[in-house]
Design a protein around this ligand. Structure first.
Ligand SMILES: Cc1cc2nc3c(=O)[nH]c(=O)nc-3n(C[C@H](O)[C@H](O)[C@H](O)COP(=O)(O)OP(=O)(O)OC[C@H]3O[C@@H](n4cnc5c(N)ncnc54)[C@H](O)[C@@H]3O)c2cc1C
Length: 465
């Protein structure tokens, strides 16, 4: 008789309820992980994120081995094949108990249901734990027991529960015996170097603590300026489950002395962003059609988006002639990460200025992002495209020039990513065309591919229709 912990998007030892519960049992304990290349490809897993996952899995494998817990890594093409391989392994290893943290996403839920059914037949007990969110999806509901469809009431209800119930952080498991060897694995999946992002829980937890000690207080004033390192840059680690939102709460509480329950309290704005993350995860479970890239607001499925490959490519390559959009897109392509304000600007530009279906942008982001995460990415795109769970009307359309002027006034971020604009004086940096025509006629930086006020009028007409 022995137990097995199945790791998925939870590549950590701390605050891992499934691992912790399994470690309390007085019987041999093993761990398992599945590399699923074809499934990842279908889900547009970015090669840079795959690299980060591989590095963190190897780190986790070594740390588990040091605790005497062997980790076995299987490669199976997709989720369909996975339950059978898992069952065979359990039978070969006399596993009677399987411990798993619940996943979200329609395909993942179907996979887990198939695993549960096979285990039932084979008399293997499966214990499921809720670890992704502070409160399990489906448990923060309106008075009539429905999922909230807009953020603010969800956030109020979530905060009320946090105040009443608090939260729990599970400890790292104790050693299970002699240390074992760990042989590093390599994923059979395309990879792009992610070494700019250090891995390991100790490093990431230290980064979280530093952010809470030094920056969480000023986050509200700093978070919108991409040239300033005012945000935590923890998203890749949260997406892979190297740290959890509960650990973020604990670090904030340590740094501030208490959690900021009230709007206006120090740290509240950051807490509110973490609640956005929870909101989108809860939404994905409550509305499974979101996993299939359907619009949250069904009537917006009738918007006749306009496909234009040349314009889409110009957006992807950072060649739209709008400096803030182009700098953001080039930053994404080169680093796999983009600041939140910029994500909002480029998503608004693609959907409301180029009138391209948000699903193309959502997909491109997933293919590039080191923190690509279905719930947040889908939520962010649908918010920007006005098809999502958002109280604001469809006529919220960002002006890319004034957004640049407000949030990168001196063009510091723009010049970092668009070296061809290095000589453009500050006052022309957001609309460089006229200056370039006079002073650098050979400069290849493109003229704006659309006129914003015309595009805006077209977007309004598309929605009104
Ligand atoms: C179009 C679009 C696509 C996005 N795609 C993703 C994605 O694939 N993965 C992802 O993690 N985030 C996504 N976001 C949300 C947000 O942009 C990133 O989480 C944030 O930029 C990460 O930077 P940070 O870690 O410094 O965040 P901080 O500002 O320090 O926030 C802390 C954490 O809260 C969470 N968070 C913050 N803002 C949001 C938000 N608006 N929605 C959901 N969670 C949030 C993230 O986990 C983040 O790490 C997207 C936003 C938009 C507008």
């Amino acid at each position: 008789m022995s137990s097995l912990v199945w790791f998925r998007d939870d590549l950590r030892l701390h605050d891992h309820p499934a691992l912790y519960a399994a470690s309390l049992r007085n019987e041999p304990l093993q761990a398992i992980y599945f590399v699923t290349p074809r499934q990842w490809e279908k889900h547009d897993l970015a090669p840079i994120k795959a690299d980060l996952m591989e590095r963190q899995l190897n780190q986790l494998g070594a740390e588990l081995a040091a605790l005497g817990i062997p980790l076995t890594v299987f490669t199976v093409d997709d989720y369909q094949l996975l339950p059978k391989v898992l069952l065979n392994f359990c039978q070969q290893q006399s596993i009677t108990q399987l411990f798993v943290n619940r996943d979200i996403g329609e395909y993942e839920l179907q996979r887990d249901l198939a695993v549960q059914q096979q285990c039932d037949v084979a008399k293997i007990q499966v214990q499921w734990f809720d670890a992704r969110c502070v409160f399990a999806p489906g448990t923060v509901l309106t008075g009539s027991k429905e999922m909230f469809k807009v953020f603010t009431p969800f956030s109020n209800a979530w905060l009320k529960r946090l105040m009443a119930e608090g939260y729990q952080v599970w400890p790292k498991p104790m050693s299970r015996g002699e240390a074992l060897n760990w042989l590093p694995v390599q994923f059979a999946y395309p990879k792009v170097d992610s070494s700019a992002w250090p891995i390991g829980e100790d490093h990431v937890l230290a980064r979280l603590r530093d952010f809470c000690a030094e920056k969480v207080d000023a986050y509200g004033e700093q978070r919108d300026f991409p040239a300033t390192a005012g945000t935590s840059q923890l998203s890749p680690y949260l997406a892979l489950g190297i740290i959890t939102v509960r650990q973020c709460l604990a670090a904030m509480q340590d740094a501030l002395g208490q959690l900021p329950f009230e709007r206006g309290a120090a740290g509240f704005v950051w807490l509110n962003e973490l609640i956005w993350r929870e909101f989108y995860q809860h939404l994905l479970v409550a509305f499974p059609h979101l996993s299939k890239h359907k619009a949250f607001k069904p009537d917006t499925e009738h918007v006749r988006w306009l496909w234009d490959e040349t314009r889409f490519n110009a957006w992807c390559e950072g060649k739209t002639g709008y400096p803030i959009v182009d700098a953001a897109m080039r930053c994404l392509k080169q680093t796999g990460w983009m600041h939140n304000r910029l994500r909002m600007i480029v998503a608004s530009f693609l959907t409301k200025d180029l009138h391209i279906d948000w699903r193309h942008g959502e997909r491109y982001f997933m293919q590039q992002l080191i923190d690509g995460e279905l719930a947040a990415n889908n939520g962010g795109w649908q918010w920007a495209a006005s098809t999502g769970a958002d109280a604001a009307p469809y006529f919220r359309i960002f002006n890319p020039t004034t957004q640049g002027q407000r949030f990168d006034e001196k063009g510091i971020f723009i010049k970092q990513w668009l070296p061809e604009l290095a000589a453009v004086p500050e006052k022309h940096i957001h609309t460089p065309r006229n200056w370039l025509t006079v002073f650098q006629p050979q400069n290849g930086y493109p003229a704006p591919i659309v006129d914003h006020s015309e595009s805006r009028a077209i977007a309004l007409a598309l929605f009104q229709r």
